[in-house]
Design a protein around this ligand. Structure first.
Ligand SMILES: [Fe+2]
Length: 594
């Protein structure tokens, strides 16, 4: 049975395809539309899932769509009275039927079929889809489950207990009482106004002091048992969506905080205003308050379920600083977070909710790696290089016949101070580049962080970079040496090791490692081994292959990113492209270290 999972309308639209309960493909629309966190309908993501599986749209047996406008109907009606939406919006809320007609048309278009020939469509509520995305692909037979975000189908936090093939929803908290709403509101207050900017605040928090915790405790009240409330006077009236879809696919965030928050914390920072100590302190205080509240929720869930393990999803669990504390500070001994823990993951979750919960089928798939996206073979790579022939004039282009030879050459170049664009195999699912669409550099050189921020990523200087490393070396570098194939948990680097990999250690001594095994990614594993041989460290600085845009999807996009930024080498499949200035830049660059 082929099940297509779809996340549409809200931000981070995406698609996933299951064949008899096995995940065949999962991709996010933003990689094709080239609009970050894009909204609308994931037409291209659906088509690419079909292409990966080698099937036609008419072969899909069922479609599971995240979001159920008929869920919590009484609350929806109440919300309409409270927020008094514009007539068009009220019509859209009330018009579940109209929405489904539009959905059918778009689905038929994506599947290249007619609306009459569509398979059955199942609407799956947002939070159950989050819960399913976490538990149903986890390695655990039994686990507690928590989903937390801004809002989805009116819910902001939901709790579940999974055992065997099924999960039960055992609790939920409705918006506006929402940890995600709090985090996003303060993110906006701090001048980060784009959808998905919360991770910038998390990075900034490491530079501040928790001087505003008392003030924020007036905004968020948390009981020891994990029940929490927001004081609504600090927020504008609650809405169903925190970001409004737009015709160009860019989510437009609503302003969420009220003037009262500025009375409490001082004037809001404007987007271009320099970051002051006060802003860093508010970021740190928010992170402290948020982490403590979430940990209380999880401790209470542990007591309630008695489950040994935990699965989490939802935008709040994209907060890797929080994630890194869970195993040490709650009774849960292991935590599973799949790589698209945010809303894009609900396409996966909707499909699994249908498969396991509604159709009663067996849960037999475990997500052990994130490489579920599109791939482009060597012929496509050669064609892309050919199409950029003029721009690549004077560049050295070498195609290696052996992976070992390729990895040795690239490892030597990185150890010599070159920055490498590394494009291989199937694209990653989720927001992290995990060694198939990555920019790689030497973590031993502290200057690399500033160099990549300024020359390649052109982004805020306070944001840290993360390491990829051999899983077997984790305990050498971190107190908590557990694996994380998805780079979603921040941990403390052993103090004696910090000077060995300074480019990937944050100002507070933390880092967010990605652990690599030969089973998950044999070529990247081999590169890490080759780099260890030449440098003595089994670690590479790894950041996403992009420049203020979604991560690249195709070899053409990878080449264009390479050409317009200051990367020294591009490695696409078996081919290494070296900029004429690469060696010269490398020599200049490594001189201070020698
Ligand atoms: Fe969500």
């Amino acid at each position: 049975m082929l099940i297509l999972g779809v996340n549409s309308d809200q931000a981070d639209v995406s698609a996933a395809l299951l064949a008899d309960g096995q995940l065949v493909a999962a991709v996010e629309e933003e990689r094709f539309s080239r609009v970050k966190h894009c909204t609308g309908f994931p037409t291209e993501a659906i088509r690419q899932c079909l292409a990966v599986a080698g099937i036609a749209g008419r072969e899909v047996d069922r479609v599971a769509v995240c979001g159920n406008p008929r869920s919590h109907l009484l609350r929806r009606i109440g919300l309409t009275f409270v927020t008094r939406p514009a007539p068009a919006q009220a019509l859209r809320r009330a018009g579940g039927a109209a929405r489904d007609t539009s959905l059918e048309r778009q689905l038929a278009h994506a599947l290249a079929t007619s609306t009459r020939a569509l398979p059955p469509i199942h609407r799956i509520e947002h939070h159950p889809a989050h819960l399913a995305s976490a538990f149903h692909v986890s390695p655990f037979e039994e686990a507690a489950i928590c989903a937390a975000d801004g809002i989805g189908d009116l819910v902001s936090t939901s709790l579940g207990h999974g055992r065997g093939d099924k999960l039960r929803v055992i609790g939920r908290r409705f918006s506006p009482h929402s940890l995600g709403l709090l985090y996003t509101s303060v993110t906006q207050y701090l001048g980060f106004r784009s959808h998905g900017d919360e991770y910038k605040v998390m990075g900034l928090a490491a530079f501040g002091e928790p001087n505003y915790v008392e003030e924020l405790a007036r905004v968020l009240k948390v009981r020891p048992d994990g029940r929490y409330w927001l004081d609504r006077s600090f927020f504008l009236p609650a809405r169903e969506l925190l970001a409004v879809p737009s015709s160009d696919g860019r989510p437009r965030p609503r302003r969420l905080f009220s003037p009262r928050l500025e009375q409490l914390l001082g004037p809001a920072r404007q987007p271009k205003e320099p970051l002051a100590a006060r802003h860093r302190d508010v970021a740190r205080s928010l992170q402290v308050v948020f982490e403590e509240a979430a940990l209380r929720v999880l401790r209470s869930l542990a007591a309630r379920t008695g489950a040994p393990h935990l699965c989490v999803a939802g935008g709040c669990f994209m907060n890797s600083a929080l994630n890194g504390r869970i195993e040490g500070e709650t009774p849960f001994d292991r935590v599973f977070i799949q790589p698209a823990a945010g809303d894009s993951g609900t396409a996966l979750g909707a499909a699994y909710w249908l498969w396991c919960q509604q159709l009663g089928r067996r849960r037999e798939f475990v997500m052990r790696h994130a490489y579920t996206g599109t791939a482009h073979g060597q012929p496509a790579i050669q064609a892309a290089i050919g199409s950029r022939r003029e721009a690549l004039h004077g560049f050295d282009v070498t195609t290696h016949s052996s992976v070992a030879e390729l990895c040795n050459a690239v490892a030597a170049a990185i150890a010599g101070g070159n920055v490498v664009g590394w494009f291989q195999g199937r694209m990653e699912w989720g927001s992290r580049a995990l060694g198939n669409r990555s920019v790689l550099a030497d973590p031993r050189d502290a200057a690399m962080r500033d160099l990549i921020n300024a020359r390649i990523k052109r982004r805020e200087t306070f944001r840290p970079f993360a390491p990829s490393m051999l899983e077997s070396s984790m305990a050498d570098f971190f107190h908590d040496g557990g694996a994380d194939p998805f780079m979603l948990k921040v941990r403390q680097v052993r103090p004696e090791k910090r000077a060995r990999i300074p480019a990937v250690v944050h100002v507070d001594g933390s880092s967010r490692p990605h652990t690599v095994t030969t089973d998950a990614n044999p070529r990247f594993f081999e590169l890490l081994q080759a780099f260890e041989r030449v440098s003595g460290v089994p670690v590479l600085l790894n950041t996403s292959l992009n420049e203020n845009e979604p991560i690249v999807e195709s070899p053409e996009q990878a080449l264009d990113c390479f050409l317009r930024t200051g990367m020294d080498l591009a490695v696409l499949g078996d081919t290494v492209i070296r900029r004429p200035t690469a060696v010269h830049q490398a020599r200049q660059h490594i001189e201070p270290r020698q």
